[in-house]
Write a protein that binds this ligand. Structure first.
Ligand code: EAX
Length: 326
């Protein structure tokens, strides 16, 4: 019996439909960062996207958004928690609002240098901390890095803590930073990073503090006259993913995401190492007044009472364990 015309037609339509589907299901994820693509975070998220597409044979693509296009860091973390954003790379600035335990890492002068900070975060101290995100519907893929933070302002050169007194400085929305900066005599003004350039330009705040990588990427040299290389805080960063999305991944895909995150952090840290070698000379060449060789002991002494309080808040043993990490 000859198949009816209808059967022939349906067979043809089905064949076209089946062959027009990609050979595999493909998903495009959205990732957002607060700073420009040409930055230590941009290097990380672009590497992540490249590595994940390669390691998943094209099944996962990442659409990266830069300069806070999809929101500032706090909003991005909230969106990842809700599942309206798949991934973000963020400093730990707003993180204590979501995972309070992480705030211990924001204590000034906690780490002595990059090598110590990276080893501590890549080791048990940092890995245990990553485990605390799951209960907040966040999967922390890896510790990245923002860098050692320095003070910039438009009023005066800062050589000692006394010079900070009365300066209205933008801070991250971070309780540990704000408490410490108040002890310096700073008037802390918390705001999202996406508002900082304009606030500096309009004089709403006198200054801000950020790592060289951020100061360079955000072109703060255009709106700030003085920088002091205080290195007062080591600022970690995080690659965060929706836990709902993470939980749906196969074991093989989880491995692809984790390995891609590792490659992203390598690119992130390499860019910071390069910025640390390059940016101070660039700031000087652009006419910025740079105070180097700062007596950090003076800044630490100014925080003695605050350190006592942090010891009570976080447990002095916990702080010492991190500070003395070899
Ligand atoms: O994460 O808000 C800040 O000052 C951060 O250092 C910046 O968003 C990069």
């Amino acid at each position: 019996m000859r198949p009816s015309r209808l059967m022939t037609y349906l067979a043809a339509v089905t064949a076209v439909a089946v062959y027009s589907l990609p050979a595999f299901a493909q998903e495009t994820l959205k990732m957002n960062i607060s700073i420009a693509q040409n930055s230590h975070y941009g290097a990380a998220v672009d590497t992540f996207a490249r590595e994940l597409e390669k390691r998943s044979n094209g099944r996962f693509k990442v659409q990266n958004f830069y300069s806070g296009a999809l929101g500032a860091e706090r909003e991005s973390i909230e969106a990842v928690q809700l599942g309206t954003l798949d991934l973000t790379m963020t400093s730990t600035g707003p993180v204590p609002n979501f995972v309070p335990e992480v705030a211990i890492l924001d204590i000034p002068f906690l780490f002595r240098d990059y090598a110590q900070a990276r080893a501590a975060l890549d080791g048990k101290i940092g890995q245990d901390m990553l485990g605390k995100f799951a209960s907040k519907n966040l999967h922390a893929l890896a510790w990245g890095e923002n860098g050692f933070r320095h003070m910039t302002n438009n009023k005066r050169a800062v050589a000692s803590p006394d010079d900070l007194k009365g300066l209205k400085m933008r801070t991250m929305e971070n309780p540990v930073h704000m408490q410490a900066y108040k002890a310096f005599g700073i008037i802390p003004t918390p705001m999202a990073f996406t508002e900082v350039f304009t606030a500096l330009q309009q004089g709403t705040v006198d200054g801000q503090e950020n790592p060289l990588s951020v100061i360079s990427a955000a072109k703060f040299v255009q709106v700030q006259k003085f920088i002091t290389l205080t290195g007062h805080v080591y600022s970690p960063a995080l690659l965060l993913m929706s836990k709902t999305k993470w939980d749906k991944l196969s074991a093989a895909d989880k491995q692809a995401f984790s390995e891609s995150a590792k490659e992203a952090v390598k690119a992130n840290r390499a860019r910071i190492d390069d910025d640390e070698r390059r940016v101070v000379s660039e700031l000087k060449a652009a006419g910025m007044n740079v105070t180097e060789n700062v007596d950090k002991a003076k800044f630490q002494t100014a925080l003695n009472a605050t350190f006592q309080d942090f010891g009570k808040k976080f447990g002095q043993d916990n702080i010492d364990m991190i500070r003395n990490f070899k």
